[in-house]
Design a protein. Structure first.
Length: 237
């Protein structure tokens, strides 16, 4: 199925949030929506986001993404990779979120979702979240605060850094089904820290799968498992 890519702009309190929406070409009716968050070194149109969105569109979904707090169009120039990831991780490790970075991103995602569900192509009753690594750092608190999210893929994050205390506080409020992915050889997060975060998730409908490899090594099995879970929970609901 061919993909239509469409830029959009959401607003909140005079703040502009640029985003991108992918839709199945020629589809009729309203499609379930997948919100996709990039990792700490990426941006809303990075290669992995393009690949995930294309795969979800092929399954009949719409997909949307926005940039992280210091990523993509929020920078002086768009760049990605280790320098951007290092900047983000350094900020996250620095201590409590006194700057309100998590709440900032929750508000941005809420505003983006508010905008997207008004579109005639989107089924606002079937919205999912797909966010690993940084997509869990901001996505878990967002999912905990947003009842419109009906299923979520989370993981590759743990209670290992000072700012992750927020995730431990919010995790019990997550009520939707969750598929949590853990990397056995993750060099950024301890196994126990990731298990501790999974254990705190409040939903009774949660599952954990362990994959071999380092943090950024995401093979086809890992992606296929996440997509299958989301399609099962949202495509026909």
């Amino acid at each position: 199925m061919s993909v239509i890519e469409r830029a959009f702009v959401a607003q909140r309190d005079g703040h502009t949030i640029p985003g991108v929406l992918w839709l199945p070409a020629g589809a009729t009716g309203r499609a379930p929506l997948m919100l996709i968050s990039h990792g700490g070194g990426g941006h809303k149109k990075s290669k992995v986001i393009q690949e995930v969105s294309a795969s979800m569109v092929a399954r009949g979904f719409a997909a949307a993404a926005i940039d992280g707090p210091m990523h993509g169009e929020r920078r002086a120039q768009i760049e990605e990779g280790p320098p951007v990831q290092g900047e983000f991780v350094s900020r996250w490790k620095s201590g409590p979120d006194n700057g309100g970075m998590v709440d900032f991103m929750i508000a941005d995602w809420k505003a983006a979702l508010d905008h997207l569900v008004t579109l005639p192509e989107i089924d606002g009753a079937r919205v999912g979240w797909n966010g690993l690594s940084m997509g869990t750092a901001f996505g878990l608190p967002f999912v905990a605060a947003e009842p419109r999210i009906k299923a979520a893929v989370l993981g590759l994050w743990g209670l290992c850094f000072p700012m992750s205390e927020r995730l431990g506080t919010d995790a019990p409020q997550v009520a939707c089904p969750v598929y949590f992915q853990l990397k056995w050889n993750d060099e950024l997060f301890t196994r126990q820290g990731q298990l501790d975060l999974f254990d705190k998730l409040g939903t009774a409908d949660k599952r954990l799968k362990v994959y071999m490899g380092k943090h950024a090594e995401r093979g086809p099995e890992q992606r296929a498992d996440a997509e299958a879970f989301l399609v099962e929970r949202l495509a026909g609901s």
